[in-house]
Design a protein around this ligand. Structure first.
Ligand SMILES: [Zn+2]
Ligand SMILES: [Zn+2]
Ligand SMILES: [Zn+2]
Length: 485
């Protein structure tokens, strides 16, 4: 069994890899087709099984597919991992699906009316407050890089550290996000904030209606009869290890009871993007979530860092606004990233035996955050936050991307569409037939699959390397085509 993370081999190696696969060209082509069908997944799941079709009227079953006829007796299925560090190929598929899902909610399509581009909608970034001074890349309005913490007016902390840094940091300096004084920095409060961030977001959504009502001088119940807030959001890590959320927030007309799925612009002209922005600001400034105390540490309240709350209208054209494509592109990009940007050590759950490796594998302040999770996670008063389970996420146990039920379409629908499209490319417009040669009709025939798990990954190093190289090649090809367009 081949390890998941194998670097793509240099092009010069490909000839010898193909030679290792076998001399028979048909075998090489067959292999290519099987792996291409997984989208060149890095570690596909191997399955044994078969598919039958059952005619509901006669109850006759016919075998239509069996892995016995496949090379090696297995079917390869893409792993579907969203993280680019785990499977670049599947993460790319996810990113494109996320883009289409996001874009449909902003410009219509995929079952969403095109009138969504007239709804009040904004792109908002919610960040955490400060837990101590950290090294940062600061930019002036004209794009010049400014000193991190100018010496003038800098304070000296109780540990005798002058809280100053004259450096104009480069964008990928490992020091970025690290505290100026690690003893002053409140690592525990930071991971607890990450742990309650999903609740903070949840409360903010509830509070948004109240804020709209106050700004319009209406009752909250009236506002809820008139509009519904729909959103899609993704979580991303800042250098300092805090989670932040990027969200598309859209105001729709509250759907009638007999058509809960309907998407339409608000009827009343009082609902504007400017009003939505003001309501989000008000909600973000007001909302707070209790953080439980532990031992001698009292309970506290978690809030947003409202100074950095960034809200921009989504509109085609104009200054200070973002287009639907820009926003969908941003969010889709964040959707395939997670903590692994800090180092591969955070690729998966932390176990007690990994703890002493952290300092070698992660920036010091990130290792300190993982340790804070581990330590607090052992405290009986904080057990319900599952901080050890989420130590590799620096305390955050929420979902990477969430959306309200009727923001646009669903990932499932987009996947289905992609699979149908691929089938159409293979078979042209020929109708889909059942096992009896009749036109496929889901009301008279059902499909039954029986599968067992046979393992994960490619069986030889040569296969794994070739798949990785082909995945990298396809991505480059695609991005070159995009650039050319
Ligand atoms: Zn994969
Ligand atoms: Zn600095
Ligand atoms: Zn200090």
């Amino acid at each position: 069994l081949v390890a998941a993370s194998i670097a793509a081999p240099r092009p010069a190696d490909h000839g010898s890899i193909i030679a290792a696969l076998g001399q028979d060209p048909a075998q090489v082509v067959g292999w290519f087709e099987r792996v291409a069908a997984t989208g060149f997944c890095t570690h596909p799941v191997r399955l044994h099984g078969e598919v039958s079709q059952v005619d509901l009227a006669s109850v006759e079953a016919r075998l239509v597919y069996s892995t016995d006829n496949e090379p090696g007796g297995v079917l390869l299925k893409a792993c579907g991992n969203r993280r680019a560090s785990r499977c670049p190929a599947c993460a790319e598929v996810y990113r494109r699906d996320a883009f289409h899902l996001l874009a449909a909610g902003l410009r219509g399509g995929k079952g969403v009316p095109e009138s969504v581009d007239r709804h009040p909608r904004v792109f908002a970034t919610f960040t955490a407050p400060s837990f101590g001074e950290v090294h940062a890349r600061r930019l002036a309005k004209d794009g010049r890089v400014l000193p991190c913490h100018p010496r003038r007016g800098a304070k000296t902390c109780p540990h005798g550290v002058r809280l100053a840094c004259q450096r104009k940091h480069d964008p990928d300096e490992p020091k970025l996000g690290a505290p100026l004084c690690s003893r002053c920095y409140d690592y525990s409060a930071l991971v607890l904030w990450n742990a309650v961030a999903p609740t903070l977001w949840h409360y903010t959504r509830i509070y948004l209606y109240r804020a709209l009502a106050e700004l319009l001088d209406k009752r909250e119940a009236t506002v809820k009869r008139e509009v519904v807030v729909r959103y899609a959001k993704v979580a991303e890590y800042q250098r300092r290890g805090l989670i932040h959320f990027h969200a598309v927030i859209r105001l729709d007309a509250a759907p009638p009871a007999d058509a809960p799925e309907r998407i339409a612009p608000p009827l009343s002209a009082v609902y504007t993007a400017t009003l939505l922005e003001a309501a989000i600001r008000q909600a973000a400034e007001t909302v707070e979530v209790p953080v439980p105390g532990y031992g001698a540490i009292p309970a506290r309240l978690a809030r947003w860092g409202t100074e950095q709350l960034d809200i921009r209208e989504i509109r085609q054209g104009g200054t200070g606004v973002l287009s639907a494509e820009q926003v969908a592109g941003y969010i889709a990009k964040y959707a395939t990233k997670a903590t692994e940007s800090f180092g591969p050590a955070l690729d998966r759950r932390i176990r007690a035996r990994n703890l002493d490796r952290l300092d070698r594998e992660l920036p010091a302040h990130v290792a300190a955050l993982v340790r804070a999770c581990w330590q607090l996670g052992g405290h009986p008063d904080l057990r319900h936050l599952h901080l050890r389970k989420w130590a590799h996420m620096l305390g955050f146990g929420g979902h990477w991307s969430t959306k309200s039920r009727r923001y646009s379409t669903t990932f499932t629908a987009i996947r289905r569409e992609r699979i149908d499209y691929a089938r159409q490319l293979r078979q042209g417009n020929a109708p889909l037939l059942d096992a009896w040669g009749r036109i496929w009709d889901a009301t008279t025939v059902v499909k039954l699959g029986e599968w067992t798990y046979a393992g994960t990954g490619y069986l030889t190093l040569a296969e794994a390397q070739l798949a990785a190289a082909l995945a990298a090649w396809t991505r480059e090809d695609r991005s070159a085509a995009r650039k050319a367009a």
